[in-house]
Design a protein around this ligand. Structure first.
Ligand code: AMP
Ligand code: MG
Length: 488
């Protein structure tokens, strides 16, 4: 087949220049009959790609892994990870990194095919992915991006014309995923376990160059790297908490060094506010419940710190102390991010000592009345508190009065507070019943219009447009608790 010319690919593959330990060269396995089912035009533009060419029949061959774009150097990345607390050797078992696209704006982004066939790291798996979970990742990652939460993104999904065997036979698909990088805490765990000190150092230098170039000349640059990752992870998880996002599988291999949300498997958004909410069917202990996410973030960072010890100081004891000191800042960084986020959700631009209590008291009342997380803040933003299930209760009336008094103490006019709230409280989130409905139409009936309408509503969640109203509705009562499955 002839190469498709001038698609706009501009690869420079720095990861492939790392020591061989970190990857295996492997080509995506061809698929029978690729067909494009969803394509992200605006992301393609950002990447500097020719949308028309890439979405054409020949372009789709690239998105399916049947043909390599010019400049691609396909590899599977090696990594390890703590899964539900247990250390395991992993690696890309069903994904291939095509390379790093250098965008017209000068950004360097990984382009990866997920579901692209077996690799050395596939263990018992088939290296493939089913259509439903790939569409789900596409929808939720793009929704997260629109929510202004750092995340990897989705460029396209193609169906393969082949089926994959799971519990039942399902249509196969390949997702093209775009990320700041695919460096994970688990990549460092792999280096620390399987590599030499030089190889570990090469990885750390690479992470610094790629994500934290400002610290390159720092005297203690590996400690500074840890410090930066602590800050990014704390900020990220605080943002999840602000929109009720539950990642579901916060294993260290799913914890990114760049601070992006990463690995969309059993994730879901909470409707009714309850801190112990868990959706994942395999998370029996609730390890990754909503309320545990901040602490798990710190646990994952402790695993990261352990890998860095040999680079921090000659004396192991001293190195551990240095790392612990930084790790202990996590709680405060997280708390400050959380509080800043809650202040914005309540329209507060100044700081008062009692703000935390005000926020916590609201959450407590919401929990007691099983209030919907998103819609409660939406109702407050629209000055329609009567739309919440707590309305009419004494405790909520009291809280509301305190909040109004607090707003009155702001220097800025109240209108400005409501503007702040509008930018902090999404009017819509990808509600589980809507996501399921869209997936069902697409996978069962080949009807992508439901998903397109949903994605359109989610594309600007802070718009408060009238088209979004339909998507603020809750599932029918009695539909039972929502369950998610690890998307394979
Ligand atoms: P995840 O649950 O997506 O974080 O994946 C955990 C590990 O299992 C990674 O090493 C994946 O590459 C691997 N994996 C998941 N599904 C498959 C599959 N169908 N075939 C091969 N490897 C897989
Ligand atoms: Mg993973």
């Amino acid at each position: 087949m002839t190469q498709l010319k001038e698609t706009g690919w501009n690869f420079d593959n720095s990861y492939a220049r790392l020591p061989k330990l970190f990857f295996e060269s492997v080509e995506p396995a061809p698929v029978q009959a690729p067909a494009l089912v969803i394509f992200n035009h605006s992301l393609a533009d950002e990447l500097g790609l020719d949308t028309k060419k890439l979405a054409s029949k020949e372009g789709v061959e690239q998105l399916a892994g049947n043909q390599l774009p010019a400049g691609a150097e396909p590899i599977a990345q090696a990594y390890a990870g703590h899964q539900f607390g247990n250390f395991t050797m992993l690696g890309d078992g069903r994904a291939v990194l095509l390379g790093e696209q250098v965008t017209p704006a000068g950004e360097r982004l990984d382009v990866q095919l997920k579901g692209s066939g077996r690799t050395r790291f596939s263990r018992g798996g088939d290296g493939r992915a089913a259509l439903g979970p790939m569409l789900r990742e596409y929808m939720i990652s793009e929704a997260m991006h629109a929510l202004r939460i750092p995340t990897n993104r989705s460029l396209a999904v193609v169906t393969t014309g082949e089926s994959v065997m799971r519990e039942t036979e399902l249509p196969g698909a390949v997702l093209t995923r775009v990320a700041a990088s695919h460096l994970r805490v688990g990549t460092f765990e792999y280096a620390a376990g399987a590599g030499t000190k030089e190889e570990l150092q090469a990885l750390a230098d690479y992470a610094i160059e790629r994500h934290y170039p400002d610290i390159e000349d720092n005297e203690d640059k590996y400690l500074a790297l840890f410090d930066e990752v602590v800050k990014r992870q704390a900020a990220l998880i605080a943002k999840w908490q602000m929109v009720g996002f539950i990642h579901g599988v916060m294993n260290t291999d799913n914890s990114s060094i760049s601070g992006e949300t990463f690995d969309y498997g059993p994730c879901a958004f909470m409707d009714e506010y309850h801190p112990a909410t868990v959706f994942s069917s395999i998370d029996m202990q609730g390890r990754y419940a909503y309320q545990n996410q901040p602490a798990i973030g710190q646990w994952n960072l402790a695993r990261f710190a352990e890998t860095l010890v040999p680079l921090l100081h000659e004396s192991q004891e001293h190195a551990v102390e240095m790392a612990q000191e930084i790790l202990s800042t996590y709680e405060e960084v997280y708390h400050n991010e959380w509080l800043a986020g809650m202040r914005a959700k309540l329209g507060l631009q100044q700081e008062e000592d009692e703000d935390q209590t005000l926020a916590e008291e609201l959450l407590r009342i919401m929990e007691a009345h099983r209030a919907d997380f998103t819609n409660t803040f939406r109702a407050l933003t629209l000055a329609q508190p009567e739309d919440t299930p707590m309305s009419g209760t004494e405790e909520f009336a009291q809280w509301f009065e305190q909040w109004q008094a607090r707003l009155d103490r702001e220097d800025e006019a109240t209108a400005s507070s409501y503007e702040v709230m509008k930018n902090a409280n999404p009017s819509v989130i990808p509600r589980n019943h809507r996501v399921e409905e869209a997936l069902e139409a697409a996978v069962e009936d080949g009807d992508y219009s439901v998903m397109e309408r949903l994605m359109n509503a989610l594309s600007d969640p802070y718009a408060y447009s009238s088209e979004q109203e339909e998507y603020t509705k809750l599932p029918e009562p009695g539909t039972g608790p929502y369950r998610t499955f690890c998307g394979t």
